[in-house]
Structures are given as structure tokens and as C-alpha cells.
Write a protein that binds this ligand. Structure first.
Ligand code: DX5
Ligand code: ZN
Length: 214
């Protein structure tokens, strides 16, 4: 299993220390949540912060944009050194164009689905995306309860990807721990995002390793 710890749950007064921990860990990506207070009812970190931490991070940056019309920020995300830019299906008026612009900017493109958005909405775009991020909580906050329906959703997405021959990876975000992670792995997930489970753990390395082995 690939693992992407979500910086949202980190100690923001000690980002340097948290990044040292992540760099030394078995994590595969660093998941960074950007919020605009409109698409989601919260505001998190923005580009000046991402820009300052990017040179300290040895893991590729997976930037999760919880913002309306994310096209407006593609160049800024790229300039932060992002490897992957995740945009929400629900926040894009012309998803096909947005994904093309992300690729043209030299990044991998991901499409994120809110819990109420069906996997079938991706049928006509699945072959053009590098990754699909399934939200297993309503986006905006860390530490929420895992929505059980997400397991079936991942299985449905796995089927769609296999049928179409798409190369898209399946990432899941929200309420992930060793228990929910195991079910998601069985359903066909490739990458698990985990915030609280990693950063609030007494031993974050152990938490990351417990997901890696799934
Ligand atoms: C929520 C964010 C998540 C969040 C997950 O909107 O997208 O990445 O950090 O937090 P946990 O793992 O605590 O549910
Ligand atoms: Zn996220």
C-alpha cells in the first residue's frame, strides 16, 4: 500500500520537526490540503506555507485543492513544486479542460469525489486521469468519522478502472486507520491518506508502517 500522511493534522508550530519525521518514514507522498472557505467550510494552509515547506520535504507533494474553480491556481501549485494536483469534480465547471491544464503544467492530475458524488460520473474521463481520490468523509476537517459506504465506492471504482483499462490509481482520504485501511485495501485502494492516525499517534512511524503493510 502507498501511504500519504496528511499535513493538516501536523503540529503547525513544529512543521520542520514533522517534515523530518516524514522524510525519515516509509511514507510515499506528502498530502497537503488547501481550502478556500467556500467549497468547504474551513480554511487551511496556502501557497506561501507550501512554498516554504516544499524544499524541506523529500516525498512528492500531493496537493488536495478543496477550492472552487481550481484552474485559477494551477501555476501556483506547480510553482510550489507539486507532483500531483487533486481537484474536486464538484468544483470544476469544465473538468476535461482543467485536467489538461494540470498535465500541460507538468503535474499528474487527480480528480476527487465527495461522498455524495457517484463513481459513475467519471465514466467519460477515467482514461485521462492519473488518480481518483475518494473522500471517505465530507471534506474540510480532519479527525472525522469514516463513512462506511466508501468501501463499496472504492470497489465500484476499481471495477470501472479495470473495465476501461485506465491506469488511474485509487486514493482514499478521511478517517483512515489500520482497520478502515484494511477494508479499503481489500476493496482495491492504492493510496491511503491519513492525518490524525499518523500525526496524533504516539509513534507516527509505527502508524505509517501499519498502513504500508496492508
Ligand atoms: C479533509 C482532508 C483530509 C484530512 C484527513 O478534508 O482532505 O486530508 O487531513 O484527516 P483524517 O485522516 O484525520 O480524517
Ligand atoms: Zn485531503
Amino acid at each position: 500500500m502507498l501511504v500519504a500522511p496528511s499535513l493538516l493534522a501536523a503540529d503547525f508550530a513544529n512543521l520542520h520537526g514533522e517534515l523530518d519525521m516524514l522524510n525519515a518514514s516509509a511514507a510515499d507522498y506528502l498530502h497537503i490540503d488547501v481550502m478556500d472557505g467556500m467549497f468547504v467550510p474551513n480554511i487551511s494552509i496556502g501557497f506561501p506555507v507550501i512554498k516554504s515547506i516544499a524544499p524541506l520535504a523529500s516525498k512528492p507533494l500531493d496537493v488536495h485543492m478543496m477550492v472552487m474553480e481550481p484552474d485559477r491556481f494551477i501555476n501556483q501549485v506547480r510553482d510550489c513544486g507539486a507532483y500531483l494536483m487533486n481537484v474536486h469534480y464538484e468544483a470544476c465547471r469544465h473538468l476535461n479542460r482543467t485536467l489538461q491544464l494540470i498535465k500541460d503544467a507538468g503535474m499528474k492530475c487527480g480528480v476527487t469525489l465527495n461522498p455524495a458524488t457517484p463513481v459513475g460520473m467519471l465514466e467519460d474521463i477515467i482514461e485521462d486521469v492519473d488518480l481518483v481520490l475518494i473522500m471517505s468523509v465530507n471534506p474540510g476537517f480532519g479527525g472525522q468519522k469514516f463513512i462506511g459506504e466508501s468501501i463499496k465506492k472504492v470497489a465500484r471504482l476499481r471495477k470501472l478502472i479495470d473495465i476501461t483499462g485506465s491506469k488511474a490509481l485509487i486514493e482514499v482520504d478521511g478517517g483512515v486507520n489500520a482497520e478502515t485501511g484494511k477494508l479499503l485495501a481489500q476493496a482495491g485502494a492504492d493510496i491511503l491518506v491519513a492525518g490524525s492516525y499518523v500525526f496524533k499517534a504516539s509513534d507516527p512511524h509505527e502508524a505509517i508502517n501499519s498502513l504500508k503493510v496492508l
